[in-house]
Design a protein around this ligand. Structure first.
Ligand SMILES: Nc1ncnc2c1ncn2[C@@H]1O[C@H](COP(=O)(O)OP(=O)(O)O)[C@@H](O)[C@H]1O
Ligand SMILES: [Mg+2]
Length: 328
């Protein structure tokens, strides 16, 4: 086994917060006026192997960005152990940052500059010679499929183009690890697929990818292995396939009886599969054979308004583990 490139053990980050808004989670204070501690990251332990594509999957507020900032050596941890490429970010922040590529959740491209200049200037920050920066900028524009946008100002780029440019920028120093915080949030399906394709290529070249997402399909597509995170804690860890096998059945029959009737119908479906889950708009029946469930529902005389059978997904894993849907 090669040494992990990232090793986190019991990683904790607390924020001091005022007011009562945060008292629900990890709060120590009774008074709404005194500052209290809020554990945004509450004891995460994980390792990432070289060349691996590792994901943090969880809903908004799970602590994904906070974790990424600590891994990226731009935010200090409150407690726990953290090693990036064998180095402690508390002591070796600049060394670590020079060897990572970072795609933050919010694009922070320079709006005054055009696409090519954004890459060039970033390379100069890393101390690369101008000639190297120019060469790399052109290569990376090609990689990001932005050659014809080289001279366009950032504001003129679409959301997907900005994201690709940010990824290109993160690659200027040939990083061993690329950190991607919600790489495709807010993008339309086509833009997401173009981006996924670029990330697959990086993966094929052996770049270690660490990404956060609240899209289960993205995690399934891109991650070799992932942790499911909720409220700063790890709920489960494994490959997408193993997590689904462990926490869900093979198939899911989704049936809708209308919002006023789902609850009642679900009660009649108990025992039709391994498990029945009632959501506000539909009933999910987990079973090895979803079509067989639909057939049995029809035999019973129940008439769903709509029905479909699908393979179980990470969404089902999350629902099982937390009782909530991944996207609220
Ligand atoms: N600088 C900060 N000060 C106080 N609370 C913060 C700060 N940054 C994030 N939080 C809180 O920590 C929790 C986790 O945030 P974040 O790591 O951004 O989650 P995610 O990226 O999974 O959506 C949230 O409840 C968020 O409001
Ligand atoms: Mg975030």
């Amino acid at each position: 086994m090669p040494a992990p490139v990232i090793r986190a053990a019991n990683l904790v980050k607390t924020y001091r917060v005022r007011g009562s808004a945060r008292l629900a989670r990890g709060a120590r204070s009774r008074s709404a006026r005194t500052p209290s501690e809020f554990r945004a990251v509450d004891g995460l332990s994980f390792e990432v192997a070289p060349g691996e594509s590792f994901g943090l999957l969880g809903p908004n507020g799970a602590g994904k960005s906070t974790t990424m900032k600590m891994v990226g050596a731009v935010s200090t941890r409150t407690s726990g152990d953290l090693e990036i490429l064998g180095l402690d970010p508390d002591r070796y922040g600049p060394e670590i940052r020079s060897r990572l590529g970072v795609v933050p959740q919010e694009d922070n491209l320079d709006g005054e500059l055009n696409a090519r200049e954004n890459l060039y200037v970033y390379g100069r920050y890393f101390g690369l010679p101008g000639r190297v920066c120019a060469q790399k900028a052109d290569q990376l524009l090609a990689f990001a499929q932005l050659e014809d946008k080289a001279k366009s100002k950032v504001d003129q780029l679409s959301g997907g183009m900005k994201r690709r440019l940010t990824i290109a920028r993160g690659l200027i120093n040939d990083p061993r690890i690329l950190l991607l915080d919600e790489p495709t949030t807010g993008l339309d399906p086509q833009a997401r697929h173009i981006l996924w394709d670029r990330l697959f290529r990086l993966k094929e070249r052996g770049t270690t990818l660490v990404l956060t997402t609240h899209y289960m399909d993205e995690a399934e597509q891109l991650c070799d292995r992932l942790i499911v995170v909720d409220k700063g804690r790890i709920m489960a860890e494994g490959t997408p396939g193993a997590l689904i096998r462990q926490h869900a059945s093979r198939e899911v029959a989704e049936v809708r009886f209308g919002s006023a009737h789902n609850e009642l119908a679900a009660a009649q479906l108990a025992g039709f599969g391994d498990r029945v889950e009632v959501l506000p708009d539909r009933v999910l029946v987990y079973a090895h054979d979803g079509e067989a469930v639909l057939a049995r529902i029809a035999e019973t005389g129940l008439r769903p308004l709509t029905s479909l059978v699908r393979r179980a997904s990470l969404e089902d894993v999350f629902l099982r583990l937390t009782g909530r849907s991944l996207i609220e």
